[in-house]
Write a protein that binds this ligand. Sequence first.
Ligand code: ZN
Ligand code: ZN
Length: 137
Amino acid sequence: MTLETVLRGSEHRVTKPRQLVWDVLLDAQRHLSAADIVAEVHRRDPGVNPSSVYRALTLFTELNIVRESHVGDTSMWEPAHDDAVIHLVCDHCGRTMHYDTSAVSTLRRQLQRHADFSPGSIDVRVSGRCAHCARST
Ligand SMILES: [Zn+2]
Ligand SMILES: [Zn+2]
């Protein structure tokens, strides 16, 4: 999936801020806050206005190509992925790892049998210590 295909398909143009925000999200091997994205976009092109970054994130959310997760009061962003990929978050350094598990689809099937609730997205977040921090603390 390229950004161009998605944007053209929904009759949006590929603008420089949109392309930069997308590249920053793809390049990051971790979840980024909006402030992180603004800072990295600015590093790559100081001419881009922060409000264009926020507008790009809003558009990407509408197009379902980014995933927003809430960590405390902060929204963290990443390219969209399946619910089956869960997040392992180190509560020492904040590093986020992805972990692919069939447990999410099992949970979804169980919830679908629940009479009083129909599940939408499932966002599993496990806090703990990454291997690096477990060694050094
Ligand atoms: Zn993720
Ligand atoms: Zn850690």
